[in-house]
Design a protein around this ligand. Structure first.
Ligand SMILES: Cc1cc2nc3c(=O)[nH]c(=O)nc-3n(C[C@H](O)[C@H](O)[C@H](O)COP(=O)(O)OP(=O)(O)OC[C@H]3O[C@@H](n4cnc5c(N)ncnc54)[C@H](O)[C@@H]3O)c2cc1C
Length: 325
């Protein structure tokens, strides 16, 4: 026998977007069920210091913030389910999600908050130094490298934006790119080339992030010239991998409209997707800001959009019943 859990408001994902939607949804009486996925709390559980989430004067820890958000959501009545969804049916309401053990979840509305994962280079030294000098988010962690030498790895828009952003904190920014030209938009390239504090290492791939010091952290990056094979060291204390993100939308291909980069398409200024009653929030629909506070903000929007959708649907159903009687 497979179990079925039904609710007015089904939320997929338990990062800041999903949990904010849950807080608003529960307080609006929609008794949300949150399917948490394999990363309860989302991306912030993989980091340490968070200094830009409003409301906290001192640096807080990412995992702690997400525990608090979950506790708040549960306190107001949201229910957490630990499951990973492998199949969706959005062809009719209630929408159906199926977990990897066969458990079925149905919701009169669905809020998708499955996030996006930063792409990494996949080097053991990168894994070893994540959070100790190696990061995938300059907006999040750049502030911790004030006055230090840093490098940004990549050649697309994100890399160029992150390099430019890092000049707010550092007078010595190196962009490391494996080719001899950038993929970034022309206007961004022009700003990059014109900046006196940014230098570019062309035809250069990261061989190794070098650990050192006490406490241990990044002290340099060994870079291999892709033409000559020669290896040289760049002395930096911060390394930002900016080679793109993968939105977690595999499940929704063919069920919902996605944009050219695979993010869920929403109506401008709302969280409404191409399927009425399905809403998307957080990094899964936002490839521009990608911050905990913006994810939480759109999570709030999704719950408000969902509540209005249900109120209209209920009103229409009651009207139809009155007319028929
Ligand atoms: C190392 C690091 C440091 C960061 N530091 C900061 C910072 O200092 N400040 C800041 O504002 N932002 C920071 N960010 C960015 C921030 O974490 C994200 O913008 C934010 O977490 C996005 O929230 P979200 O709810 O959209 O998605 P996520 O946090 O990515 O959560 C996605 C959720 O969806 C679930 N999920 C995915 N697929 C499925 C599935 N098939 N079935 C069930 N569940 C599923 C996952 O389990 C997870 O719970 C950082 C990110 C990283 C990686």
């Amino acid at each position: 026998m497979t179990a079925t859990h039904s609710t007015r408001m089904l939320i997929l994902g338990s990062g800041p977007a999903g949990l904010s939607a849950a807080i608003y949804g529960a307080r609006a009486g929609m008794a949300p069920i949150v399917v948490q996925g394999i990363q309860p709390g989302g991306q912030l559980t993989t980091t340490t210091d968070v200094e830009n989430y409003p409301g906290f004067r001192d640096v807080i820890q990412g995992p702690w913030l997400m525990e608090e958000m979950q506790a708040q959501a549960e306190h107001v009545g949201a229910q957490m389910m630990w499951d990973h969804i492998v199949e969706v049916d959005l062809s009719q309401r209630p929408f159906r999600l199926i977990g990897d053990g066969g458990t079925v979840y149905t919701g009169d509305v669905l809020v998708i908050a499955t996030g996006a994962q930063a792409k990494w280079l996949g080097l053991p030294s990168e894994e070893h130094l994540k959070g100790k000098g190696v990061s995938a988010c300059a907006t999040c962690d750049g502030f911790f490298y004030r006055g230090k030498k840093v490098a940004v790895i990549g050649g697309g828009n994100t890399a160029v934006e992150e390099a430019l952003y890092m000049t707010n904190h550092s007078h010595d920014v190196t962009l490391i790119h494996r080719r001899d030209s950038l993929r970034a938009e022309k206007i961004l390239q022009e700003r990059l080339f014109a900046h006196p504090n940014i230098k570019i290492l062309w035809n250069s791939a990261v061989d190794k992030f070098v650990a050192g010091g006490e406490p241990e952290g990044l002290v340099g990056i060994d870079v291999r010239n892709t033409v000559t094979g020669e290896v040289s060291r760049v002395d930096v204390e911060g390394g930002f991998v900016a080679i793109g993100h993968s939105p977690a939308t595999e499940l929704f291909k063919g069920h919902l409209e996605l944009d050219g980069d695979g993010y869920i398409a929403v109506e401008t200024g709302s969280t409404r997707t191409s399927v009425p009653g399905v809403f998307a929030c957080g990094d899964v629909m936002d490839k521009v800001y990608r911050q905990a506070v913006t994810a939480a903000g759109t999570g709030c929007m999704a719950a408000l959009d969902a509540e209005r959708f249900l109120a209209e649907a209920d009103f229409e159903a009651t009207n139809r019943a009155d007319v028929a009687a």
